[in-house]
Design a protein around this ligand. Structure first.
Ligand code: F6R
Length: 260
């Protein structure tokens, strides 16, 4: 795992967008894993603007989102399909048939989960997986005690996540169940890129990045991944113990020169 610290939310999101754009240019048929949530909004906005200004090409790109609410139709403004369509897919030249989210309305949810894993396999696996982190440490919706080898499945949301999402729904209406890729599914992607910004993520980032690996904090499992980059702003990095070392890496290592 490597941690990269940028001065503010905007520069952290820009770096993530630039890393995605670089991989997409190198491999136009990239299989891109996507996350939703507030943190990702500025990444998708940047990517859409790169498409408009620099012709960043999504025509061959395939995407798989981490999760979807059970019981919400794609046209529901609270669904993650709707979020993705509005924030990214309609703003770039992606073929909607190449974009995948679990179907939260499937009659047989377990079969839907199995088929989602099979679709990822048929596309050759995920090349680059974008991730956010919940305040209790989830990636996707892998809530506390999610098995580190878990696969795509139905998961009940913790009360912390329900509270975190209440702003979107109004507290009483937050769906309690989701389909989410498992921790094991996420760990199989060839590269992971986690973005966390703001002071509310500082404590959980310190635990996930520098604390012990534990199923209580599913993001800590990313320490097992061979190629995981955690991009932070100063606020989210403020409780890390080795932040001077992480800053030195970004400022000095040749790999980061083009992004400085
Ligand atoms: C959503 C997802 C979640 C979010 C996380 C952070 O697809 O996978 O893990 O990334 O809850 O959400 P925000 O960015 O709203 O704080």
């Amino acid at each position: 795992m490597e941690a990269i610290i940028r001065p503010n939310q905007e520069s952290a999101a820009l770096l993530v967008a630039l890393l995605v754009a670089k991989e997409l240019r190198a491999q136009p048929s990239l299989v891109l894993g996507l996350a939703t949530g507030r943190t990702m909004e500025s990444v998708y906005d940047r990517l859409a603007r790169m498409h408009q200004a620099e012709h960043l090409d999504f025509s061959l790109c395939r995407t798989f989102n981490l999760d979807e609410y059970v019981g919400l139709a794609p046209a529901d403004p609270h669904s993650y399909r709707y979020y993705m369509n509005e924030r990214l897919f309609r703003r770039v030249n992606i073929d909607l048939r190449n974009t995948h989210l679990p179907n939260g309305l499937a009659a047989d949810l377990d079969a839907e989960c199995r088929q989602y894993e099979e679709k990822i396999q048929r596309c050759g696996g995920i090349d680059l997986q974008l991730l956010g982190i919940g305040k209790a440490g989830h990636i996707g919706f892998n809530e506390p005690l999610s098995a580190l080898r878990s696969r795509t499945r139905v998961k009940a949301l913790s009360s912390a996540t329900v509270e975190q999402n209440a702003g979107f729904f109004g507290a009483a209406n937050v769906p309690r169940r989701v389909i989410t890729m498992g921790v094991g599914t996420i760990l199989e992607s060839r590269r992971c890129l986690l973005l966390a910004t703001g002071p509310s993520k500082a404590a959980i980032i310190a635990q996930a990045v520098e604390g012990p690996i534990t199923s209580m904090i599913s993001a800590s499992a990313l320490q097992l991944h061979g190629r995981c980059t955690v991009v932070l702003d100063e606020a989210a990095a403020s409780q890390l113990q080795a932040s001077d070392y992480y800053r030195w890496i970004f400022d000095n290592e040749p790999e980061w020169e083009e992004f400085r």
